[in-house]
Every structure is written in C-alpha cells, then in structure tokens.
Design a protein around this ligand. Structure first.
Ligand SMILES: C=C(O[C@@H]1C=C(C(=O)O)C=C[C@H]1O)C(=O)O
Length: 295
C-alpha cells in the first residue's frame, strides 16, 4: 500500500451546516431504503400470487414505467439517474422472481455484452456466444430467458441474419420483445451499438411501440415497391432492410412499422405482391429520446 500519511484529510468549511445537511440526507436515505424494502415485499407477492408464467421480464411495462417517471421528473438530478436506479430495481425484482439469464451474441461487436449489461444490470447472468444461432439455442434449450442480438445490417452473412430464421418459427415461438439501448441519447464512452432482445414472450404493449415485419420477396423487388405494398395495406413504414442473396429464388425484407401489430392483424393477410404472407417478428417499446424512425 502507498504511504497516505502526507495526504490531508478532507477539509470542509461551514461544518455545522454540512453536518446538518448530511443528517437530512441520511434521514431521506432511511425513508428511501424503507420504501425499497416495501417495494421488494410487493415484488415477492407478484412472484407468489401474480400468476405470471414463463419469461419473467415485461419489457413493455418497464418502458411504460420509465416513461411515466421521466415525464414527472423535475429538478437537478439527471433524468438518466432515474433510469439507472429503476433499471437496477427491475433487475433486483427479477432476482426475487427467480433470477434472469441472458444470452448475448457478441460476434463482431464487442460492445453488445456492454449494451446487455447496461440494460439488464450486474445482477443478471450473461452467457456470451459468438453467433446469434448459439445465443438463440440457449432459448430453445432453456439455458437463457432472452437473447441480445445485433441489429440487422445489410452486410450480414447468412449466419448473422438471425431474423430470417425467426421468420420460419419453431417451438418455442420466439419474438423480438425489446430494442436496446432504451436510453437513446448516447454520451461519450457508453456503448454505441444497438441490439434487439428476443424471447419466447407474448407482446407486452408499452403505449408507444413499433413492430417488425419479416417479408419474403422476389429477389428483384425494389425497396420502394416493398414500402408501397406495406403502405397501401395500411402500415406506417419507418425503414426497410432488404436482403437479396445472389442466385437465390427468394429474398427477404425486414420492415419496421408504427404500432404494436398483432400476429393475426388482418392487414397482413390482405397484403398482395409478396411471395408469402408477411409475419410479425415482434415489437419493441420506442426508446426514450429517440428521434425519427429506427430500424
Ligand atoms: C414485478 C414485475 O416483474 C418485473 C419487474 C418489474 C418491477 O420491478 O416493477 C416490472 C416488470 C417486470 O420486468 C411485474 O411483472 O410486475
């Protein structure tokens, strides 16, 4: 250990005023702590009597709670502090509900585990994999509750284009249930990568959601035409990611549309011009502070 004898102790002036302010902080901390313990008692009741089944996270409810608190937030405390505290509370609550394990595919994007950690907190077990299919296998064999996967890009090879596999389903039926980061304004030093969370979870509306539609297209179909077909079926289209592999008879497209669209939405079966009826791949709460449509 280094020699600290020459360091002067912290020197605070007006020590009486400071001591009294600190006493106020300590008293408030007791009240906050009492409330947190009371909250944990209710979480225990949710776990015992709430009738929840399957994957315990409720991404829509979490997003709605955060938006509500951030909307009423006033004063000097940075709003992001509110988000950090509540994300930590959610992760503690999920420990009470039996704990959470998240699989993350970090292939090519070292930032993805950091994005997963930022969202799910240090209490959550993370299983790191190289590829999306390895992370998804954790869901099908019950080793993880949810998978954090990279945002699709037009540079993805077949292995990386995990959303195409999601279109063809399987048991359990997996869906995109959240988009990360929820705090959309990024500051220097925080992970910049985005991700989708996939789980076997029913849609959990947050009040401001978007949905992802997987489409089989003829390989030469233009993006404008895909958008046109979706728009005339009544969808408000944000972005479209086409995937046209060379020498293949079918291409794919991932469309991001406004609202929480149900799997049996009649607009899907009424759509014309695609190779098959488009399928809903899931939905996500619009990240806080996001500007404009996101893919
Ligand atoms: C407590 C619940 O479970 C989880 C924990 C939450 C919380 O701490 O408030 C909210 C949503 C869920 O992710 C719930 O479903 O209400």
């Amino acid at each position: 250990m280094s020699d600290t004898s020459s360091l002067s102790p912290p020197h605070d002036t007006a020590s009486e005023a400071l001591a009294s302010l600190r006493a106020e902080i300590d008293a408030l901390d007791d009240r906050l702590h009492d409330l947190l313990m009371e909250r944990a008692l209710i979480i225990e009741r949710v776990a015992r009597d709430g009738g929840k089944t399957g994957v315990p996270i409720r991404p829509g409810r979490e997003a709605a709670m955060l938006r509500r608190l951030l909307a009423r937030h006033r004063g000097a405390l940075p709003p992001q502090t509110i988000l950090r505290i509540w994300r930590e509370l959610f992760s503690g609550a999920l420990m009470i509900e039996g704990g959470l394990t998240i699989a993350v595919a970090d292939g090519g994007q070292a930032e993805l585990p950091a994005v997963a950690r930022e969202h799910f907190g240090p209490l959550t077990a993370l299983r790191r994999h190289r590829t999306p299919s390895q992370a998804l296998a954790d869901l099908t064999n019950g080793a993880a509750h949810a998978a954090v996967l990279p945002l699709p890009s037009d540079e993805d090879d077949d292995q990386a284009a995990w959303w195409v596999g999601l279109m063809h389903g399987g048991v359990p039926r997996l869906a995109i249930v959240a988009k990360l980061p929820f705090w959309a304004r990024r500051t220097e030093g925080v992970p910049q990568a985005g991700a989708y969370v996939v789980a076997s979870l029913a849609p959990d509306p947050s009040g401001a959601d978007r949905s992802l539609i997987g489409i089989e297209i003829a390989p030469d179909m233009s993006t404008a035409r895909i958008a046109g077909q979706l728009t005339s079926a009544g969808f408000d289209v944000g972005s479209i990611l086409p995937r046209r592999a060379a020498k293949q008879e079918v291409g794919y497209a991932l469309a991001d549309v406004e609202g929480l669209v149900a799997r049996d939405d009649p607009r899907l079966s009424a759509i014309a011009g695609f190779m098959a009826t488009p399928v809903i791949l899931g939905s996500y709460a619009v990240p806080f502070g996001a500007t404009g449509p996101t893919r």
